[in-house]
Design a protein around this ligand. Structure first.
Ligand SMILES: *[C@@H]1O[C@H](CO)[C@@H](O)[C@H](O)[C@H]1NC(C)=O
Ligand SMILES: *[C@@H]1O[C@H](CO)[C@@H](O)[C@H](O)[C@H]1NC(C)=O
Ligand SMILES: *[C@@H]1O[C@H](CO)[C@@H](O)[C@H](O)[C@H]1NC(C)=O
Ligand SMILES: *[C@@H]1O[C@H](CO)[C@@H](O)[C@H](O)[C@H]1NC(C)=O
Length: 317
């Protein structure tokens, strides 16, 4: 999803385990791609042209059948706004999470174009710690993005996770960073997805308030059938199937999938994409959906190095 590249400003490191082998299954709408690799790729000069990420257009997630969530539950929640150029207004595009006082985690497809190249960081704003959607002229004065990076997304679209460094730090009075859950992501783990996405598939209007809904981690044969890069929930992506219609949808992309540890929500995954298991169905979110999330247990040590927060502080299991 991007065009040009940027300046390499972060340490480059290699993830221990990144790999995808890939063939496209032809079954779902998921692009299986194989890839190599992963160092943090970061670049930011470019020229952002229109916000042309078809993946996100299809799926700007939003929570289906959700209930409103409080700041106490999601003190780390952020809203990401994008504009196609400095001459156009910002619009809500994705959800994200603050993970240190200066770093935000979201989906890579939220900050890149259809060629998976980064948009210009000046075309983003980040609102931190709000459960009400920021609107209108207030958006422009939200946090600015200094730089961004991914962990091999350019080569492998199943590594759909991006780190955004803000130009200034976020005070704890505004928002406090999330920790990551690195324990086993098994179907019995109770998880909830949160975001400002649309509440109905096909809608382009995000939710005015942060919503959340319980979902189920899956490891059924559908997971690999609909995403040839997925082999198990121990890799870079988690699989979720909706049996009752609760789901994430467009605009929830980049938002957190959490579990509760000791009374606090910790992040298990970041919303990537999803679709209806019935290719004839009109709705891409809700009933009969399968969805995938970037699993933070896979990226935790790489993220820890980039943001300079010790793994023991960043994670819980
Ligand atoms: C960043 O952009 C420069 C200049 O376009 C390019 O040479 C370099 O390969 C890019 N770096 C990465 C990590 O993509
Ligand atoms: C960058 O932006 C300029 C001015 O809008 C445009 O003419 C040029 O084609 C763009 N370059 C790329 C690679 O998109
Ligand atoms: C796969 O999805 C289909 C369609 O929702 C469902 O009927 C089937 O039970 C699922 N398979 C498994 C193994 O869960
Ligand atoms: C919405 O959630 C309620 C309560 O969890 C559930 O009973 C109901 O089936 C859901 N409705 C839809 C359309 O998913």
């Amino acid at each position: 999803m991007l065009l040009n590249y940027i300046v390499l400003l972060l340490a480059i490191f290699t993830l221990s385990n990144a790999q995808g082998d890939s063939k496209v299954s032809g079954k779902g709408k998921y692009r299986g791609r194989g890839g190599q690799q992963s160092s943090l790729q970061s670049n930011s000069s470019k020229n952002s042209t229109a916000f042309s990420n078809s993946k996100d257009r299809q799926l700007i997630n939003k929570i289906i059948n959700g209930s409103s969530a409080t700041k106490a539950q999601y003190p780390f929640i952020v809203q990401l706004f994008t504009r196609s150029s400095s001459a156009t207004p910002f619009a809500f595009s994705c959800t994200g999470s603050l993970i240190s006082n200066q770093w935000v985690l979201t989906a890579a497809h939220c900050v890149t174009d259809s060629n998976r190249n980064f948009y210009n960081p000046s075309n983003f704003r980040v609102a931190a710690g709000n459960t009400q959607l920021i609107q209108g002229s207030a958006i422009n004065s939200q946090y600015q993005v200094a730089s961004m990076g991914t962990f091999g997304y350019k080569a492998n679209p199943s590594l759909d996770l991006a780190l955004l460094k803000l130009k200034t730090t976020v005070p704890a009075s505004i928002s406090t960073p999330a920790r990551f859950y690195t324990g086993p992501a098994v179907p019995s783990l109770p998880v909830t997805v949160a975001g400002f996405g649309v509440t109905k598939f096909g809608s382009s209007v995000p939710s005015n308030v942060l919503l959340q809904t319980r979902v189920d981690i899956s490891q059924s044969s559908n997971c690999s059938a609909f995403n040839s890069d997925w082999t198990s929930n121990t890799g870079p992506q988690l699989c979720q199937e909706s049996y009752n219609g609760d789901d994430s949808c467009q605009g929830d992309s980049g938002g957190p999938l959490v579990t509760n540890v000791g009374g606090q929500n910790v992040i298990v995954g970041i919303t990537n994409d999803g679709g209806n298991k019935d290719p004839r169905a009109a709705s891409g979110c809700g009933y009969n959906i399968i969805a995938y999330y970037a699993r933070l247990g896979y990226y935790a040590s790489a993220i820890s190095k980039v943001i300079g927060v010790p793994l023991s502080t960043l994670t819980v299991s």
